[in-house]
Write a new protein. Structure first.
Lengths: 318, 297, 238
C-alpha cells in the first residue's frame, strides 16, 4: 500500500486539487443553505457510489444489500449518541460495526456467487429491516423504536457546515482509498478474482482474504456515509434505513459513469443528488426516475457515458 | 386443577397440530411463489428481482377488478395469468434478452430497476395502506379433528398442487416442455435440436409470470398486501429455490412447506412479529451451509 | 464438377476460439450422398470446423448448404435446413432425460415423423430400443455415441456431421457404429465425419482431407490417400 502511495502522481491532479481547495473554503466565504445541503448529500452519495463500484464494478460482487450497512450504522449512531457518546467517535464506531457485520456475514455470503450473492445480500438486508422493526431494546421509550424508528440525538448538536465538512472529507477519503487500493495488491488481486477466481486459487492466492478486505472496506465507508446521512436527517426508521434505495442510488450513479471507473460516479452522483433533492417530498417519484434512468443506460449505454464518448470518438474520428 | 392441566396440555398440542396444518397449507401457496423463480433460474440462470412486484401486480389488478367489476378473484386469475404470460414473454423476448446477452449482472440490474419502479408506482396509485381481496367465501371454514381450517388455506394448498402437477406434466410430456428442460440442462445442445432458445427463454419468463399471477391472487385472498411486501415475496421465492433445489416440483413443494411451517410455528409459539425473520434466518443458514455449487442440481 | 452436386461448400473458413484463430482459410466441398472425412491429429482444428458449420463458433468465410449461404443463420435455423451434428462429447446427451426422451427431442422440428424416425433409429441401434426408458446417463460410452447419432438422425437430416465416432471406444463397438453409419449413408444421408482414427476413416469415407494445425494439407479420394507413402508413415505408423 505504501508503495502505491508513493507512486501517486500529484502533479497530474492539479485541477482536482484546485477543486478540493475551493470546496474546502467556500462555505467559509458564503454558501446558500441549499448549496450546503446539495453538496453534503452529493459527497455522501458519491462516497457510497465509489464503494459500491469498488465492490461490484471491480470486484464483481453485485451487492443489492447496501441498505444493511447504511441502516446498521445509522441505528448504531442513534443508539450511541443516545447514550452520550461524542458524535465523531460515534461515527467511527458505527461504521466499524457495519464493517464487523460485513466480516461476520462474509463467510456464508461468499459461499455463493453471482445471482445468489446478489439476492442473498438483499435477503440479509430484509432480515435487518425486520429485526429493527420488531426488536424493542429494554431502554426503548414507548414512542420510539419499531416502525417509527429512532431519533438521532447528535443531529441537534451539530451544524450543517460541520456535516458538510464531514461529508467532504468522507468523499475525499473514499475516492483516495479506492484509487490506492486499486493500485495496490488488494485491488489487483480483487480484479483477478473477479475475472477468474479458479485461476487465482490455482496460483495460490488466498482469495477469501481479499474478498473479505473488499467487503469490509466497502461496508465501513458505506456505513460511514450512511451514518453521516442520518446525522443530517436526524432520525432513522427501518423501511428507508434498510431500503433498496441505498443500492439503487449508488448503482445509478455508477452506471451513468460506467462500471469500473473511479471518475464515473463523480458525475453520476450529481444526477442522484439533483433527483433526490428536487423530489425529496416525492421520494417514490425520485426512485421511479432513477429506475428509468438505470434501464435507459443498460440498453443505450451499458458502458456508461464514458463508453458513449468512446463510441462517438470512434465513430467520428476513427 | 387436574382438569385444567389436561386442558392446557391438550391445548398446547392442539396448537402444534393447528400450526402444522396451517403451515403446510400455507406452504403450498408459497410453492407457487417459488416455482416461477425455480424456472427462470433453471433455464436462464438468473433471478428476476421484480418477481415479488409481479405477484403484487396480479394482486392489485385483481383488487381493482373486484372493486370496479365485482369480479371474483378466482375468476380474474385466469385473464390475469394469461395477461402476465404474454407480458413476461414479450418482456424477455424484446427487452430483457438484450440485458442478458450483455451479462447476467445487467439482467439483475434491470430487474432491480423494474422492481423499484413498480413498487413506487404501486405506492403512488394504491398508497402504502394494506389492501386485501375480500370475498364471501373467505369466512368459510371447516372443522377437522377439532381444528378450524379456513377455506382459503385449503384453496391455497389445492390450487398450488394443481399448478405444480400441471406444470410438471407440461414439462415432461409436451415438446415445448421438453425444450424448456433441454435448454435448462444445456442450451447449446438444445439449439442443436432445432430449439429456438431465445423463444424458450421468453416462454420460461412468461410461465414464471403466469405462476406469479396465480400466486398473486392466492396470496391476496389469504393475507393483506401492500407495496413493500414485494421484496418479501422475492426473498421467500429465493428461499424456496435454495431449500428445495432447482428443477424439481417436489423439491419446490417441500421448500414451500418448510418456509410455511417455520413461519406459522414461529408465529404461534414465539411472536407473530418475528415470523418472516425466522423464515429468512432459516433460508440464510441453509444458503450458508450448503456447499458451493450444490444448490439443487 | 457441377455445383448442384455439392451439398456443402466451405470457402476460406477461419474459425476463432476465444479470439484465437484455430482454423486458417480452409476450403473444401462435400458432394451429395458421399462420405467425406476430416482427419488429423488431436487439436488440429477438425471439430472447430464442424462447430462453425453448425453455427456454434464464430468464424469468417462462407459456408453454403445446398447452394445457399447459411452464415447469417443461427444454429437452430440451420437444423431446420437439414444439417445436424452428433457431438464428440458423451456429455452432450441430456442426462436427465430418458433414452426415448433424448431421441424424441431430436425430432423437435419434425414431430409428425417421430414414429417413423424412431423406427429407423431402433433398427440401426437395437440396443437403444432395449434401453428406451432408462435414464440416459446410465448408458455406456458406446451406447451414448449411438444415442447421439440416433438423436441426430431423428430430425431426418440431409447432411450428418459426426464428431470423433471412435474416441474412447473399443474397436468392436467402433466397428458396430461404423456399420450403422454405412447403412445410414446408403439410406441417402451425406456424412461429413471428423476422425482421429485415420485407418477407420479412410476405410469408410469416399473422399477425405487431412488437417494439420488448422490448415488443409491434402485432399483426395480415400483409397488413394490410403495408398500414399507419406500418409501411411505419418498416421498409420507403417
Amino acid at each position: 500500500m505504501i508503495r502505491a502511495w508513493q507512486n501517486f502522481p500529484l502533479k497530474k491532479y492539479w485541477p482536482a486539487t484546485l477543486m478540493i481547495v475551493i470546496l474546502l473554503f467556500i462555505p467559509l466565504i458564503g454558501l446558500s443553505a441549499y448549496m450546503v445541503t446539495f453538496l453534503t448529500l452529493y459527497f455522501i452519495f458519491l462516497s457510497m457510489a465509489e464503494m459500491w463500484n469498488f465492490l461490484a464494478g471491480y470486484g464483481g460482487f453485485f451487492s443489492l444489500g447496501q441498505g444493511a450497512f447504511v441502516g446498521l450504522a445509522g441505528y448504531m449512531l442513534g443508539i450511541l449518541t443516545d447514550f452520550g457518546c461524542p458524535t465523531y467517535a460515534a461515527l467511527i464506531i458505527s461504521s466499524s460495526v457495519s464493517a464487523a457485520f460485513a466480516a461476520v456475514v462474509s463467510k456464508p455470503l461468499f459461499r455463493v456467487k453471482g445471482v445468489y450473492f446478489s439476492v442473498g445480500s438483499l435477503a440479509l438486508t430484509e432480515m435487518m429491516r425486520i429485526f429493527f422493526t420488531s426488536w424493542r431494546p429494554p431502554w426503548a421509550s414507548p414512542v420510539t423504536w419499531g416502525g417509527a424508528g429512532i431519533p438521532i440525538k447528535a443531529a441537534a448538536y451539530i451544524t450543517r457546515i460541520e456535516i458538510y465538512y464531514v461529508a467532504l472529507i468522507l468523499a475525499l477519503i473514499s475516492i483516495l482509498v479506492v484509487k490506492i487500493a486499486l493500485n495496490s495488491k488488494i485491488g489487483l488481486n480483487v480484479i483477478a478474482i473477479c475475472d477468474d477466481e479458479d485461476a487465482a486459487l490455482s496460483c495460490g492466492m488466498p482469495t477469501f482474504r481479499y474478498k473479505l478486505f473488499l467487503l469490509v472496506i466497502c461496508a465501513f465507508f458505506t456505513g460511514l456515509a450512511g451514518a453521516t446521512f442520518y446525522l443530517y436527517q436526524g432520525y432513522i426508521e427501518p423501511v428507508s434505513g434498510f431500503g433498496v434505495n441505498w443500492t439503487l442510488i449508488p448503482l445509478m450513479a455508477t452506471i451513468i459513469g460506467g462500471l469500473r471507473s473511479v471518475e464515473g460516479p463523480i458525475f453520476g452522483a450529481f444526477i442522484s443528488t439533483i433527483l433526490y433533492l428536487q423530489l425529496v417530498r416525492y421520494l417514490g417519484l425520485s426512485l421511479i426516475l432513477q429506475g428509468v434512468i438505470v434501464i435507459l443506460f443498460v440498453f443505450l449505454a451499458p458502458k456508461g457515458l464514458r463508453g458513449l464518448f468512446d463510441k462517438l470518438k470512434k465513430g467520428s474520428g476513427g | 386443577m387436574a382438569y385444567r392441566r389436561v386442558y392446557c396440555e391438550l391445548s398446547w398440542f392442539m396448537k402444534l397440530i393447528e400450526a402444522v396444518v396451517y403451515g403446510s397449507l400455507l406452504g403450498g401457496a408459497y410453492a407457487v411463489i417459488g416455482i416461477g423463480m425455480s424456472l427462470t433460474l433453471g433455464v436462464m440462470e438468473v433471478m428476476n428481482i421484480a418477481h415479488g412486484e409481479i405477484i403484487l401486480l396480479s394482486s392489485y389488478l385483481a383488487y381493482q377488478l373486484l372493486l370496479l367489476l365485482g369480479m371474483d378473484p378466482l375468476l380474474s386469475a385466469i385473464p390475469l395469468s394469461l395477461f402476465l404470460l404474454t407480458l413476461g414473454f414479450f418482456l424477455q423476448k424484446y427487452c430483457l434478452s438484450r440485458a442478458l446477452k450483455y451479462s447476467v449482472e445487467m439482467f439483475v440490474i434491470t430487474t432491480l430497476a423494474i422492481s423499484t419502479i413498480l413498487e413506487n408506482v404501486y405506492l403512488l396509485i394504491w398508497s402504502p395502506m394494506q389492501k386485501a381481496l375480500i370475498t364471501g367465501y373467505l369466512l368459510w371454514s371447516c372443522e377437522v379433528g377439532g381444528i378450524k381450517v379456513p377455506f382459503v388455506f385449503l384453496l391455497d394448498f389445492f390450487v398450488s398442487i394443481a399448478v405444480l402437477v400441471t406444470l410438471r406434466e407440461f414439462l415432461k410430456k409436451t415438446y415445448l416442455g421438453m425444450a424448456i428442460r433441454a435448454s435448462s440442462e444445456d442450451w447449446k445442445i438444445a439449439q442443436l435440436m432445432g430449439i429456438n432458445t431465445d423463444n424458450i427463454r421468453a416462454l420460461t419468463l412468461g410461465l414464471a409470470f403466469l405462476t406469479a399471477g396465480i400466486a398473486g391472487v392466492l396470496i391476496g385472498l389469504t393475507y393483506p398486501f401492500s407495496p413493500s411486501i414485494g421484496k418479501s415475496y422475492m426473498v421467500i421465492a429465493f428461499g424456496i429455490v435454495v431449500l428445495g433445489g432447482l428443477g424439481s416440483m417436489i423439491g419446490t413443494f417441500i421448500g414451500g412447506l418448510i418456509i410455511g411451517l417455520v413461519q406459522v410455528l414461529t408465529a404461534t409459539f414465539f411472536d407473530p412479529a418475528w415470523q418472516l425473520f425466522a423464515s429468512y434466518l432459516v433460508i440464510f443458514i441453509i444458503l450458508a451451509l450448503r456447499p458451493k455449487g450444490v444448490l439443487g442440481r | 464438377m457441377m455445383e448442384e452436386d455439392n451439398i456443402l461448400e466451405i470457402n476460406n473458413l477461419s474459425v476463432y476460439y476465444g479470439g484465437l484463430r484455430v482454423v486458417h482459410n480452409v476450403s473444401f466441398n462435400v458432394r451429395k450422398g458421399e462420405v467425406f472425412a476430416l482427419i488429423g491429429s488431436n487439436g488440429a482444428g477438425k471439430s472447430s470446423i464442424l462447430s462453425a458449420i453448425m453455427g456454434l463458433s464464430s468464424y469468417t468465410g462462407t459456408i453454403k448448404f445446398l447452394g445457399k449461404k447459411i452464415d447469417h443463420l443461427k444454429t437452430y435455423q440451420r437444423i431446420a435446413l437439414g444439417l445436424t451434428l452428433a457431438p464428440e462429447s458423451s456429455a452432450a446427451i441430456f442426462s436427465r432425460f430418458t433414452v426415448l426422451e433424448n431421441l424424441l427431442i431430436g425430432s423437435y422440428l419434425n414431430r409428425a415423423e417421430r414414429e417413423k424416425m424412431l423406427e429407423r433409429v431402433f433398427k440401426l441401434f437395437p440396443i437403444l430400443k432395449e434401453r428406451m426408458n432408462q435414464p440416459a446417463d446410465k448408458l455406456s460410452g458406446g451406447e451414448r455415441k449411438m444415442l447421439l447419432i440416433g438423436r441426430a438422425l431423428m430430425s431426418n437430416p440431409k447432411l450428418l456431421l459426426l464428431d470423433e465416432v471412435s474416441l474412447g471406444l473399443s474397436p468392436l463397438i467402433t466397428d458396430k457404429i461404423y456399420e450403422a453409419c454405412k447403412e445410414i449413408n446408403s439410406q441417402g444421408v451425406t456424412i461429413l465425419l471428423v476422425e482421429q482414427n485415420v485407418w477407420k476413416a479412410l476405410e469408410f469415407a469416399n473422399r477425405a482431407c487431412i488437417i494439420e494445425a488448422g490448415k488443409i494439407t491434402r485432399v483426395g479420394k480415400a483409397d488413394e490417400l490410403l495408398d500414399e507413402e507419406s500418409i501411411r508413415r505419418a498416421y498409420l505408423g507403417l
